[in-house]
Design a protein around this ligand. Sequence first.
Ligand code: AMP
Length: 131
Amino acid sequence: MASIFSRIVAGEIPSYKVAEDDNYYAFLDINPVAQGHTLVIPKREVDYIFDLTDDELAGLMLFAKRVAAAIKAAIPCKKVGVTVLGLEVPHAHVHLVPLNKESDMSFGGDKLSLPAEQMQDICRRISEQFK
Ligand code: AMP
């Protein structure tokens, strides 16, 4: 069965899409650790990020770099942090999180659940900055 993220790419499950190209897809994390928390995935479904081919892994990180630039332009922050966990969803993904302090990157605590209008607004602001 396709992963939940493959179903998002296929449009079967809605997402707050930030950016997309032929091979990669970026969308807001539904339970962000900070406003602007974005996931970047390869469209090809592979569970473990280091099972991607070298070219796929490089392409994923280069796409994530462009998404991070858009996040940084749209969301006030010092830097955009990068984390790979992958313990919940078996489809490789990179977490991009706007950082003002180290604890903004904390995945162990409470996550946010923002109203749809706010998620839409954040999504629009980031996608408008994507180049
Ligand atoms: P992990 O696999 O441990 O990196 O965690 C999976 C991440 O995916 C969590 O931060 C979830 O909030 C996020 N997530 C799960 N389902 C969705 C979804 N349908 N849309 C957006 N984010 C999701």
